[in-house]
Design a protein around this ligand. Structure first.
Ligand code: NAD
Length: 436
């Protein structure tokens, strides 16, 4: 099939690359000229495991091309995927300006029947909005359909998630267009759900809000574990064996960040408000999440006897391991708090330092965890990259001014670290580990 993908971020680039790998001809469009010209030369704008190889292979074989010319791309395609960003406004509502601009560019170029598929995460009703925009701006009197096909991939495993999604949700206005999408996805042989457009849009937000709720729930349980001298890691394990609960998203820590959960939960709350429903449960999910970093800082301040003039080292900066994405990363919140308390901050991340440097140039970036440890009064494990499990922790301890370790992801064993001579702080880890 001839496919056009508009927006070359984590979602658009992965979607375009995987569809081309399945034998389709894919034209990828972005307004960012630098990004397009880099991709045309085989240079990746993002770090996503396994993606580079697929992009290079399909580009080489001529099935995957990159352009800034949306009109030509739309004209040559039958199915057009909108994968642009939907960032939050200050009010928490979703900024749909990129989606609106994409819809206008489709409308201007359409010269035959097109299927317009919205993959961006958008509030319920946005499919109707896209239809209205295209109707208003189309130059030729041609038919089109607007489909909602929400994306569930996770950064760090985006390629795998796109090839083997748990489910493909297709919110279609009629059977014929649903069949077209079914045909496109059929080769993946994954469960597919055909729904109306509104339900598909709602499935995405309800799913992300539910996962965020699991994280805030276990973080609240972690706080309770500290008071009760119980260990949240064991509690989560015991809960997770129950298949109705499941093991995933039950890791207590610094809370959720990233480009999706915080903005999607906020947006869902605003959408609910717009529909006359006060989603108090989700407001509490956000409130628990906002409390995580202040709680860490309070403990750190107490342990170090104030933070002014102290050197704090961060292990990990990206919002989660295996990505270079810094959007809404907890490290940014921690750095902001530390700098406002006049602490010196050093950090190392295997992939995200270039992106981080653009956002917070004023801290010291190190070439390894060992360099971070040198002269540090405390270390904070912010992102649980696998390489931090393999560190020589004796060397880390010896390099520090005082061996204080705040484990923001319950990544290390409290017993082992305490035995090694660290003052170890985990989250909700009961009598075994010192608590936050
Ligand atoms: P991103 O910000 O990384 O990329 C968006 C891209 O769209 C940018 O390259 C930008 O230049 C381009 N763009 C903006 N306006 C454009 C226009 N009019 N025409 C062409 N290109 C345009 O975004 P992302 O992380 O890939 O997310 C895209 C959407 O998918 C969002 O709605 C997001 O919520 C959703 N989503 C993201 C993830 C994720 O893990 N990142 C997962 C599921 C769903």
């Amino acid at each position: 099939m001839n496919i056009c993908v508009i927006g070359l971020g984590y979602v658009g680039l992965t979607t375009g690359a995987v569809f081309s790998d399945l034998g389709n001809d894919v034209i990828c469009v972005d307004v960012d000229e630098e990004k397009v010209s880099a991709l045309a030369q085989g240079i990746m704008p993002i770090y996503e495991p396994g993606l580079r190889e697929i992009v290079l292979r399909n580009r080489q074989e001529g099935r995957l091309v990159f352009t800034t010319d949306s009109e030509e791309a739309v004209r040559r395609s039958e199915i057009i995927f909108i994968c642009v960003g939907t960032p939050p406004r200050d009010s928490g509502e979703t900024d749909l300006s990129q989606v609106e601009a994409a819809a206008q560019s489709i409308a201007r170029a359409m010269d035959s029947y097109k299927v317009v598929v919205n993959k961006s995460t958008v509030p319920v009703g946005t499919g109707d909005l896209v239809r209205q925009i295209i109707d208003r701006h189309k130059v030729k009197e041609v038919a089109f359909d607007v489909v909602s096909n929400p994306e569930f991939l996770r950064e760090g495993t985006a390629v795998q998630d796109t090839i083997e999604p748990d489910r493909v949700v297709i919110g279609a206005p009629n059977k014929q267009v649903a069949m077209k999408l079914l045909e496109l996805y059929a080769t993946l042989e994954r469960p597919m759900l055909i729904t109306d457009v509104h339900s598909a849009e709602m499935i995405k937000y309800a799913s992300n809000a539910f996962l965020a709720m699991k994280i805030s729930f276990i973080n609240a349980v972690a706080d309770l574990c500290e008071l009760a001298e119980a260990d949240v890691t064991v509690v989560a394990k015991g809960m997770g064996y129950d298949h109705r609960i499941g093991r995933e998203f039950l890791a207590a820590g610094l809370g959720f960040g990233g480009s999706c959960f915080p903005k999607d939960v906020e947006s869902f709350v605003r959408t609910a408000e717009g529909l006359g429903y006060d989603f108090r449960m989700l407001k509490e999910v956000l409130s628990v999440n906002w409390g995580r970093v202040p709680q860490l800082l309070t403990r750190m301040e107490r342990e170090l006897g104030g933070l002014s003039g102290k050197t704090v080292g961060l292990l990990g900066l990206s919002f989660k391991p295996n990505t270079d994405d810094m959007r809404e990363a907890k490290s940014l919140e921690i750095i902001g708090e530390l700098l406002s308390r006049q602490a010196d901050v050093k950090a190392y991340d295997p992939q995200a330092m270039e992106n981080a440097r653009r956002l917070v140039p004023q801290i010291k970036y190190c070439s390894s965890a060992y360099e971070v440890a040198e002269g540090a009064d405390a270390l904070v494990l912010v992102t649980e990259w696998r390489e931090f499990k393999l560190l020589n922790m004796e060397r880390i301890r010896d390099a520090m001014r005082s061996p204080v370790l705040f484990d923001g992801r319950n990544f290390y064993s409290p017993e082992k670290k305490t035995r090694m001579g660290f003052k170890y702080y985990g989250i909700g880890r009961g009598a075994e580990g010192t608590q936050w």
